[in-house]
Every structure is written in C-alpha cells, then in structure tokens.
Design a protein around this ligand. Structure first.
Ligand code: XMP
Length: 574
C-alpha cells in the first residue's frame, strides 16, 4: 500500500516494484484483500465527508490500553502495529506530523518511534513531537526512531563507515535490561541502517552492541529505549519477545485487546450507534463484509438487511454457498439479486480491462441502490473497512492512492441516500478480522477465503466476457482450487486461480485435431499483494491440474503455469 513511500535501504525488489508501478501508470490498486464490495461503496463516505473515527479521547470499543506508534515512513511501520496487536495491545499509527494533541487523545501508555528512510541530521528530517519526551511516558525508538531520540535529546548521529544491512549478532551487555528479560545474551537481529549513533544523549548508556554498532541498544536507564535493529521483522527471531517485554515490563500493559473483548465491545458500540435505526450491508462472500455483517447482526438482529448482488462473475457455486451460509447458518436477512444479465449486457464488446472495471463498478452501484430503495427508510450502511485502509487514507501519500482506488472502483452511493456509516472493523488488521470471524461462528471456508477481485472473473478473461467463456473459466478454476485444496496448500497461497487467455492453439485429441483455448493458471505467495512470488508447486500437482483441465473442461486443449513474480508482473493478468 505504501507505493509512494521511499525507503532508502529497502531491498532492490521493492524499489523495482515502485518504479515499475510509476512508469506503467497502472490502473490497478494494491488491495489488502476482499475489497470488492466495500470499495465500490466507499465513495459514499467521500461524498458525505463522513468520519467514523473516534472523537478525541474516545477509543474504539472502550479500549483501556493504547500505544501510539509514530510513523517516520518505514516500510515496516504497519508491521510494528501488527506485532503490538499480536501482543493483545491496541495501538494506532500516527504520521510524524500529527499534532501532539491528537496523539495524546488516545491516552497512550507509551510511544514507539518507527524506522524511516531519512537521515535525522538532514534539513527537514522527520522528528518526533517534542512533547513526547516531555510526557515522561516510555518511548521505544526503532532504527530511525532511535536516531531521532538521540538527535533530539542531544546525541550525535552520523553516517556510518559501512552500511549495515541484514542479520547481525547482538550482544547484550547490560544485565537486567527489561527489554531482554528471559532472553539469551547473544541474539540474531535484523539491521538496515547507514547512520549510527556516535554519541549518545547525556545520561544515556549502551545496553547492547554488534560488530558494527557499539550503540546498538541505548537507554536512559528509565523509560527511553532505542534499538538500532528491527524487532518487528521475522528475521529478528526474538523480536516479538523484545516488543512484548517493552509493552508488559516497561509500560505495564496487560494485553486486554482480545477478539472476545473486541466482539463484546463492538456489539455494544453498534447498539448505541444504531438505536432503533435500520442498517444495510452489501455482502460479497468475502471475509471482511461477512465479519462486518455478522457483528452488526449480533448487535441489532433483524434491523440489518444484507444485499447480495450476484454479478454473474463469481466462481462456481460461490453465490449459492454464500447465500446458504448467511441465510441458513447465520439466520440473516439477505436480499439476493441475480443481476447476471445486467452485468453481462454492459460488458458486451468490452475488451479494455479499465472499461470492464468501470462498467462493473457502475452497475453494482445501480443495482445496490435500487434494491436498497425498495427497503424503504434506511439509516446506516455497514462496511468492512479495515485498519490498513484507514491508515492509508490518513497519510499525506494517500491522495494518489485514493485516486487510483476511486479509479478502479468507480461509483459510490448517491448522496441522496444519506446513509451514516458503520465500520466495525476499522480498527482491525486482517488477521484480527479472521479471528473475530471464527469466534463469531463464520465457516472456516469463508474466513480463510483467498482474496478475490471485485470485478471477479471478468478480469481473468482476456478480451470480451461471454457466458461461454465464463463457463470455461469456472470449470478450470474449480479444478485449480480443488487440487490446491486437496494438496493442502490453499492457506499457504495468497491466491490460486485460472485465467482464460484469448489465445487458441492447435492440439490433438484422439484422432482429431483441435483448436482450443489456452488456459493459464497462477499460484502466488505474498504477504500483502504488494509483491508476490510464483509458488513452486510440486510437478505432480502441476501435471494433475493440467491433465484435469484439458480432459474435463470442453474447449481447452493447452495449459500453462505462470512463473512470473510481482514485480515485474502483477498478480492478475488484467
Ligand atoms: P495486482 O494484479 O495489481 O493485484 O497485483 C493485487 C491484488 O488486488 C486484487 N485486484 C483487485 N481487487 N478490484 C479488486 O477489488 C480490482 O479491480 C482488482 N485488481 C486486482 C488482486 O486480486 C490481488 O489480490
């Protein structure tokens, strides 16, 4: 999501990716996952200019313990937030220029200063709001964050003789440091810096060193700590313990941010917000909209009506399964609209992926609005907006990102509908949403569903979308999914799917020559869709998938496996 951020020492692949994106001026947006329905609707929020963020001093779901992370622009800032949440402590990311009053409004127990691409001694380099040090609350600076502490409190930071990048061995020299409680004296840590703390601020001492950094960990001996390495990345195997030690031993957090509490408190909040009003929610079959709807349903029951638009571009059995889950298992009020004809009519003759997206987005809004109007007076619209989207739209870089998003999720509810928003997931990361979903009793299949793009199979058919092609693609896609699940690889893959190309090639079946479609299939691993690698699937599995597709799907006589990473490719073909 942070396409535009520049990180000085990020690995080559990230900068290539960013450059490729800028050069290509691609129409696509990086999506965390399952954004289909909510992003079609998200413009409703923009139209109304409505904010559902807490008012100053009011934490989501009555959270008692909060941590403020000051974001200096590191590619790992989100990761710090996720690690803190994994310790069951609520946290929020704040851009470094955020006014202190806004940060203090969450009543933080401590501050974590993130890494960043700048050098603290450069003119205009990002620095922490000074009041943070004057607050006498604990501060943990990570990489650039530690350099900011040093610079701001009177130390000297300068370029190192050598840049330190990659794993290093950290030797803990201070006995009884709360950060290293329960850990060995020597730890493997991940470094990524060019600047060093040459002189520590007055009153500070070094608690640990590496071969290249005598001041790899610094402290004032009370509440301020600096780490030259990144505890939040997996390459620092004990990193979570260090973060946990800081939160529990230095800041006295108890870890009350649990899915159970989130559910309980968010149900209470929804009840309070909605009163006896009526709520609508668009379902997609994906996890975000499902969890959002389930939470709202748990709070207000039949005051919620869900609308499930079948755009005719879903995978085999998908609408039926989703519908049965919501209606039969979860006993929710669902209006089901089979709008296949409308969507396919609009897509006739459309080849350009951009136009496909536009047409699908516009049609969705039309259908949704017409169904919602039939329900009479409705007061609220529930959406599955996640925290990463909230962070993204709060950063200065977000303007460009929003433009791209708006571009591909064209539409937005007409302002005359004047709906207030309910966003019960706006403080949650994806993994937290999944946990909440499981606790709420959503089926595992739904909770662990791989991301599926809003325009659905339309952008996996190269060229014009027709019913015949959709059937072919559904057949091939079904086999890919089936075999990946049988091989127990489904959850390890970010996405696995088939693509119907517009290439025909000659084949031979029995005594006949054929001239059939070329199907491609793609399996990628990824953390967040920003980068992805093609999965090294076992040859036998590739063979089975290929055999089954050519034998079972009429019209296909050749299968290829996509072995390109992102960048330079993208995950989807269109
Ligand atoms: P790309 O192909 O850009 O995809 O590498 C990154 C992630 O975004 C999904 N994707 C979309 N999702 N509407 C969506 O809701 C779209 O138009 C769209 N295009 C791509 C893609 O499936 C992957 O997860």
């Amino acid at each position: 999501m942070n396409w535009i951020r520049r990180t000085r020492f990020r690995c080559d692949i990230l900068s290539q990716m960013s450059e490729a994106k800028e050069k290509s001026n691609s129409h696509r947006v990086v999506t965390s996952d399952d954004v289909e329905v909510s992003t079609y609707l998200e413009i409703a929020k923009e139209i109304q200019g409505e904010q559902t963020a807490p008012k100053p001093g009011e934490l989501p779901h009555g959270t008692k313990e909060a941590i403020a992370i000051i974001d200096f622009g590191s590619q790992y800032s989100h990761l710090i937030a996720r690690r803190v949440r994994e310790c069951n402590v609520y946290c929020e990311l704040f851009h470094w220029e955020t006014p202190l009053s806004k940060i203090m409004a969450i009543h933080p127990r401590c501050f974590i200063l993130s890494g960043g691409p700048a050098s603290v001694y450069e003119k205009g380099a990002p620095l922490a709001p000074v009041g943070i040090y004057e607050s006498h609350l604990p501060v943990l600076g990570i990489c650039y964050g530690m350099q900011a502490i040093s610079h701001q409190l009177g130390g000297v930071v300068a370029p190192g003789a050598r840049r330190e990048y990659g794993q290093a061995v950290l030797h803990v020299s201070e006995e009884n440091s709360p950060l290293f409680y329960g850990l060995e004296d020597s730890l493997t840590v991940w470094m990524s810096h060019g600047d060093n703390v040459l002189d520590m601020p007055p009153g500070f001492r070094s608690s640990a060193y590496t071969e290249n950094s005598p001041n790899a960990v610094i402290t004032d001996g009370a509440k301020i700590f600096g780490l030259q390495f990144h505890p939040e990345v997996v390459h620092t195997p004990q990193g979570m313990s260090i973060i946990k030690n800081f939160l529990h031993r230095v800041c006295g957090c108890h870890g009350t941010w649990t899915p159970g509490n989130v559910i309980h408190e968010s149900i209470e909040a929804i009840k309070k917000q909605v009163g006896d009003g009526r709520v609508i929610c668009a379902l997609s079959g994906g996890v975000d909209s499902a969890v959002a709807a389930k939470l709202v349903h748990a709070a207000i029951g039949d005051q919620l009506t869900c609308i499930f638009v079948n755009n005719g571009l879903l995978r085999r059995e998908e609408p039926e399964r989703a519908l049965s889950t919501f209606r039969k298992n979860l006993k929710m009020n669902v209006v089901y609209v089979d709008a296949t004809d409308l969507f396919l009519d609009q897509l006739k003759g459309v080849i350009d992926p951009e136009k496909k997206r536009k047409s699908i987005g516009q049609e969705f809004i039309k259908v949704f609005e017409s169904e919602a109007t039939k329900l009479g007076k409705v007061d609220f619209l529930a959406q599955g907006t996640l925290y990463p989207d909230v962070i993204e739209s709060a950063t200065p870089e977000s303007k460009a990102a929003n433009k791209i998003k708006t571009h591909h999720n064209v539409g937005g509810l007409p302002s005359k509908m004047a709906l207030h928003l309910i966003e019960p997931l706006r403080y949650l990361f994806k993994d937290e949403v999944r946990e909440v979903g499981l606790q709420l009793g959503l089926p595992e299949d739904m909770v662990w569903r791989q991301p599926f793009p809003g325009p659905g199979l339309a952008i996996r058919i190269i060229g014009e979308v027709t019913r015949e092609k959709l059937e072919i693609l559904r057949g091939a896609d079904w086999i890919v999914m089936n075999e990946i699940k049988k091989a127990k690889l489904y959850r390890q893959m970010w996405q696995t799917f088939a693509i119907l190309t517009d290439v025909h090639s000659v084949g031979v079946m029995g005594d006949f020559r054929t001239y059939g479609y070329l199907v491609a299939f793609r399996a990628v691993t990824s953390q967040d869709a920003m980068t992805a690698d093609w999965a090294r699937l076992p040859y036998n599995l590739l063979a089975t998938i290929s055999n089954r597709i050519v034998n079972e799907v009429p019209g296909v006589n050749r299968v290829v496996y996509d072995i390109t990473s992102k960048p330079p490719s993208t995950i989807e073909w269109e």
